[in-house]
Design a binder for this molecule. Structure first.
Ligand code: ADP
Length: 178
């Protein structure tokens, strides 16, 4: 079975998929951007689950992922991953961003999620260059789904035109290379 990869311009909180991914921060206590939007729309159940994780393991490291309920959202789960802050490119930012996508997919698979929606991790407040972020996101997800043909659908949810354009460019590149 092959995985469908889609790109949409949308609000990730509205996505009807098994799991949506949150670009969280290490505290797991919520923040701005997509993190704030997910906690606002999903309600307090998400933060309650995050607090349980904090009590157990003290937050989440950069490049790692944890999973909670999605509260009132249409998705079943929220997978919180912490992207790297862009710091010039020589601080392992690329491998940390790739790790976010891989760890989120591993966790989704562990929880039997067949459809997963990703935001453009690290490209907001964390200032990761959008074109490079799109390349890493697509290459990482593509490699994963080729190696592990488990997912039905992966959706890249873009919130701004620039990310949407770079995502489409990456998709075109993948189509040309297959
Ligand atoms: P980070 O701290 O990882 O950079 P941000 O939340 O600041 O996280 O930004 C990550 C991306 O999420 C940005 O491209 C931003 O435009 C996008 N974004 C913000 N709100 C939403 C939303 N409701 N749905 C999908 N994407 C969103």
């Amino acid at each position: 079975m092959s995985t469908k990869i889609e790109i949409v311009k949308a609000d990730i909180t509205k996505m009807s998929v098994d799991a949506i991914v949150n670009a969280a921060n290490t505290s797991l206590l919520g923040g701005g951007g997509v993190d704030g939007a997910i906690h606002r729309a999903g309600g307090s159940a998400i933060l309650e689950d995050c607090r349980k994780i904090i009590a157990k393991q003290g937050g989440c490291k950069v490049g790692e992922a944890v999973i909670t309920t999605a509260g009132k959202l249409p998705a079943k789960y929220v997978i919180h991953t912490v992207g790297p802050v862009w710091n010039g490119g020589n601080k392992h930012e690329a491998e940390k961003l790739a790790s976010c996508y891989t760890k989120a997919l591993l966790l989704a698979k562990d929880h039997h999620c067949k459809s997963v929606a990703f935001p453009n991790i690290s490209t907001g407040i964390y200032k990761f260059p959008k074109e490079l972020a799109a390349q890493i996101a697509f290459e990482t997800v593509y490699r994963f789904v080729m190696e592990q043909p488990y997912f039905e659908k992966i959706v890249f949810v873009c919130f701004d035109d620039e990310n949407y354009k770079y995502a489409n460019n990456q998709m075109q590149k993948l189509k040309l290379s297959t």
